[in-house]
Design a protein around this ligand. Structure first.
Ligand SMILES: C[S@@+](CC[C@H](N)C(=O)[O-])C[C@H]1O[C@@H](n2cnc3c(N)ncnc32)[C@H](O)[C@@H]1O
Length: 225
């Protein structure tokens, strides 16, 4: 009949061996730091004080931990991600670098609740159906700041496209959305935050193809008033 255990089956991030290998290499520090994670860490460096808690939403395998640790940013890092196999990669490697296993949890944005000081959400919202409910949850749970890096432009564009780069036998689609920058910023303000956008250092404001579709990466920094 029916069951409710199909998240992994329909999740593109569970079905790409190259992505899993890349995420494992990032956890093992065998590849260069992502420019966007360096940029996010530098923003946090100015604001974090000892004892602050940071939640990385849609953390992949949790390798953003390295960007914080290498800069001695004094936050306690937690990461959640909906893909069990990606969290398993973090569990395998990051404890060797000092991250307790319980800091990485399989959890969907839609399901988390609580209070933290900082939230980062990098390269996530553009690939899910919409931003309102997940972003609302992040704004409700962040005491100080939410840092987003997403595809933003002058107007929203929603696309649900086939990911041609999955492992053989998997034919799945994923959202590649670009969100109206002003609309998302106004949404953030309505939750009691000041907000600014920053040029993405990696792409310098130019589009970048990901799975053959242009993404217009931008940082959006929300600070609680
Ligand atoms: C493009 S990856 C980005 C990973 C990491 N933030 C980075 O920048 O390398 C998007 C991540 O979002 C996760 N994700 C997608 N939908 C999610 C949801 N509803 N709740 C939590 N994580 C989700 C995926 O499993 C995937 O790991």
């Amino acid at each position: 009949m029916i069951h409710g255990n199909s998240w992994s089956k329909y999740c593109i991030w569970e079905h790409s061996t190259p992505v899993k290998e890349l995420y494992a290499r990032r956890c093992r520090r065998e590849v260069e730091e992502m420019t966007c994670q360096a940029q996010a860490a530098e923003i946090l460096q100015e604001r974090a004080v000892p004892g602050d808690i940071l939640l990385d939403v849609g953390c992949g395998s949790g390798y953003f931990y390295h960007s914080l640790r290498s800069r001695k940013i004094p936050v306690d890092y937690y990461g959640i991600d909906a893909a069990p196999s990606l969290i398993a990669i973090g569990h395998q490697y990051l404890p060797n670098f000092g991250l307790p296993v319980d800091r990485l949890q399989v959890m969907r944005i839609e399901d988390f609740d609580g209070e933290v000081d900082f939230i980062t959400c990098i390269n996530v919202l553009s690939n899910i159906d919409n931003y309102h409910r997940p972003l609302e949850r992040m704004l409700q749970c962040a005491r100080k700041m939410v840092i987003l890096r997403e595809s933003c432009g002058d107007k929203s564009k929603y696309q649900y496209v086939r990911d041609k780069y999955l492992d053989e036998g998997w034919d799945l689609r994923v959202y590649v959305n670009t969100y109206d920058r002003e609309e998302i910023m106004e949404f953030i303000r309505s939750y009691g935050f000041s907000v600014r956008s920053l040029v993405d250092r990696r792409t310098g404001g130019q589009p970048e193809l990901v799975i053959d579709y242009p993404h217009y990466w931008q940082f959006i920094i929300a600070e609680r008033l």
